[in-house]
Design a protein around this ligand. Structure first.
Ligand code: NAI
Ligand SMILES: C[N+](C)(C)CC(=O)CC(=O)[O-]
Length: 488
């Protein structure tokens, strides 16, 4: 049975949380008195469906069930976790916690608050120990950071449970060691925001120029290294100490207006809003969100390739889910094709004909065969030690059209094998439908001398056992066919 989260408050942030939980296989119950909440969440979910799976190389779990409720009590029934995302008003949050703890005593409540400390949130609660901060960043369904901030009232087990739930939905829980207003991220962002408002108010730069200064320069650096690692590099070979010596005195120079804030009044609001309309008003909000999402997907994927920063979180989440998939496989040598891979057709896999592009059929076969090689003991350690299987010949038959979002399974049948080679027949299935078959001949190679040689005895032993179990299977329809050959 799927785990259940209750989302209380389904606005910008609640909608993002709902999407992240649902796409990670949790059921979600939502309560929000706004009559537009259902429409808004449906729109955020549609954007999330187009973006989050594009970050993953392991198929997402089946999407959870989304339900809307007329009361907090109904939404939280059966939930093991609540993500509170109501408006940033402390008395409203207290009222919501009282109702939650009356309806589901003992439920763990994470708050999305941007700045209230856990001890502020816990005041007058029946069970303060079950209320904690889990502060996300927008868009919640893509950005991994969740600042987990507790008070002395929270036992370590509650912090740990929150951390584990965040990890389960692919987030990076950063436990804040000291309770402070606004945590790490917003304390930092608020400083940047204040400086930007000063520059705007003083007519030094427009909203657009300030954004260009960020996105053409240091914003790109921050996204992959943060502040200190970036400045370390700026110190050159002499490193951080040299950087500090050179730029330390600037702390006393009039570079920043941080100690003083511009007056917050209608004039300032109109100045910012007017310039922002001129800069971005040509896009609808959902359109802007999609542009942002695709930029983030590209950026995060590049980081994932490098196993770096937020990309490392994505990769580890994929690895956990891939391991969970492999743990369910029955891989003993039996007279059935072995299920070796599960994939999902991602946005980048679609070609101009609107279906999965041809190179991805070969990719799907590679995923299947790579997992098979791991199974017989010829994985990355074996390759690192100097031996591998090389593909000598491939024949792909396209039997159906895989479409965006389709879940595909790769199975392998060994047609023949000896110590130096195996001939395999991979089926790419969508449910029961076979959308492609890939027949391949792989040779076992000593990579140092570039010659075909017998596989290590333990690898050959496993391959042989599977080949013998498959020997009794009928030759698959299409095996051994030449291109263009007529069907019998
Ligand atoms: N917008 C942002 O960039 C971020 C906001 N947050 C935090 O997330 C929380 C929500 O903020 P947003 O989603 O931006 O606000 P929002 O205004 O988009 O959504 C708040 C939602 O709460 C609902 N609500 C009001 N009273 C309610 C009640 N009694 N029960 C259930 N729902 C109720 C409203 O109808 C609304 O849909 C705040 O605590 C905020 O500080 C955290 C990170 C980023
Ligand atoms: C503006 N904000 C304070 C609500 C921002 C956040 O809390 C985090 C974010 O997404 O920038």
């Amino acid at each position: 049975m799927a785990r259940k989260a209750a989302i209380i408050g389904g606005g910008v942030i609640g909608g993002g949380w709902a999407a992240r939980f649902l796409l990670n296989g949790w059921d979600v119950g939502v309560f929000d008195p706004d009559p537009q909440a259902e429409r808004k969440i449906a729109e955020v979910l549609a954007n999330a469906r187009a973006a989050l799976p594009a970050l993953s190389d392991v198929p997402m779990p089946p999407e959870g069930k989304l339900t809307f409720h007329g009361t907090i009590g109904e939404a939280v029934e059966g939930a093991e976790y609540v993500q509170e995302s109501v408006s940033e008003r402390i008395e409203l949050k207290h009222k919501v916690y009282a109702q939650l703890q009356q309806s589901n005593p003992g439920v763990l409540i994470g708050s999305s608050t941007s700045g209230f400390k856990a001890s502020d949130l816990q005041k007058s609660a029946v069970s303060p120990e079950n209320i904690i901060v889990a502060h996300p960043f927008n868009p919640v369904y893509l950005l991994p950071l969740s600042e987990v901030s507790g008070s002395p009232a929270n036992p370590p087990a509650i912090v740990e449970k929150t951390v584990q739930i965040m990890k389960d939905i692919g987030m990076f829980p950063l436990v804040i060691r000291h309770e402070i207003d606004a945590f790490l991220g917003n304390r930092f962002l608020e400083a940047v925001w204040r400086e930007a408002l000063w520059m705007l108010k003083d007519g030094i730069a427009t909203t657009e120029e300030i954004d260009e200064a960020i996105r053409m320069g240091f914003g790109l650096r921050w996204g992959q290294m943060g502040l200190f690692e970036t400045y370390r590099i700026a110190g050159g070979e002499a490193g951080m100490k040299h950087f500090m010596a050179q730029f330390g005195p600037a702390l006393k120079w009039p570079w920043s207006k941080l100690m003083d804030v511009p007056e917050f009044n209608d004039e300032l609001v109109d100045l910012v809003a007017g310039q922002s309309d001129a800069q971005s008003g040509m896009y609808g909000i959902r359109e802007l969100e999609r542009i942002r999402d695709q930029n983030l997907v590209g950026f995060l994927r590049a980081l994932k390739e490098r196993n770096w920063g937020a990309g490392k979180v994505l990769r580890e989440h994929d690895e956990r889910r891939a391991a969970a998939f492999h743990a369910t496989l029955d891989t003993g040598p039996k007279a059935v094709p072995l299920v070796m891979a599960q994939m999902q057709v991602l946005p980048g896999w679609i070609d101009y004909n609107g279906h999965m592009t041809e190179s991805r059929y070969l990719f799907a076969c590679s995923e299947t065969i790579d997992n098979f090689l791991r199974l017989i003991g010829a994985g990355m350690d074996y390759v690192a030690a100097g031996h591998s299987f090389y593909t000598a010949e491939t024949h792909i038959r396209h039997l159906g059209e895989a479409k965006l979002g389709d879940r595909l399974t790769g199975t392998i049948q060994i047609l023949s094998a000896d110590e130096k080679r195996f001939r395999s027949f991979v089926r790419i299935l969508r449910g029961e439908d076979c959308v492609a078959t890939v027949e391949q001949l792989c040779l076992h190679v000593d990579m140092k001398v570039g010659k075909t040689v017998p596989a290590a005895p333990e690898v050959w032993g496993k391959l042989k056992a599977i080949a013998e179990a498959h020997a009794g299977l009928p030759l698959p329809e299409g095996a051994g066919r030449a291109v263009g050959q007529k069907k019998e």
